[in-house]
Design a protein around this ligand. Sequence first.
Ligand code: CAA
Length: 261
Amino acid sequence: MSNNAYEMLNVAEPVDGVQQIQLDRPEALNALTTALLGELSRALDVAEANSHVKVVVLTGSIRAFAAGADVKEMAERDLVGIVNDPRQQSWQRITQFSKPIVAAINGYCLGGGCELAMHADILIAGTDAKFGQPEINLGIIPGAGGTQRLVRAVGKSLGMQMVLTGQPINAEQAKSAGLISEITQPELTLPRAMEVASQIAQKSALAVRLAKECVLKGMDTDLATGLRFERHAFTVLSGTKDRDEGIAAFLEKRKPTFTGQ
Ligand code: CAA
């Protein structure tokens, strides 16, 4: 069931803790206008506050996850417009989302679309997916993390090649480089992403949240700081009811029931 509070998104009701958000601007291959990014940021605000949402699955269409920032809109924006760009707030919102995002990616995943996919925590793609940063072909460079997150994900040489040539890579290359975790047949990408999301949704929401935070922190800092952060998070979790429940369920050979407490 979708929520029609949005013009360019299909936002489903959460099912067993998983909420599906679909980019829905087929006429432009889901090119990310400021308004579309704003809607996504609003949907994530709502999902953040909704305790029934444990995990978000973000997807596009079979033809395109998203073909980048909307070039037609970009053409109208001058230097001052870029400096005051409201898109930055939307990117911040997506970056700070505390619950896991699983991206189900088919077709074109280019420019800002690839940058959006890299904001997800787990990326699952169809055999037909194409990942690229073609901004260089427009005389610009990626502006939402493409020179930073891509290189952290695929390493310097491949990342540099993609950013400097604008040439996309296919799903196999993305998988072997570590950009995505799994490849599926295109029609199975979304079901598989939902399956992975459901597995996560059954865990302790507190442990999931801190695990996500620790992994992201580790990518952003030196090892000693990351390990200290992990130790603090681990210690915090030792005081939760979910930890008692998880250990008791293991010892009693039953499934745990986590409450997020
Ligand atoms: N912005 C606006 N419209 C776009 C778009 C984009 N990024 N990508 C596709 N579209 C539109 C096309 O203009 C076309 O609309 P019309 O029919 O009204 O002309 C429609 O979507 C379908 O696209 P095509 O006819 O081009 O489809 P195709 O299959 O022949 O080609 C494609 C697909 C290779 C993805 C091609 O559309 C393309 O190269 N798109 C642009 C990709 C790009 O350069 N992305 C980077 C944008 S810059 C950016 O993202 C900056 C940033 O990081 C901040």
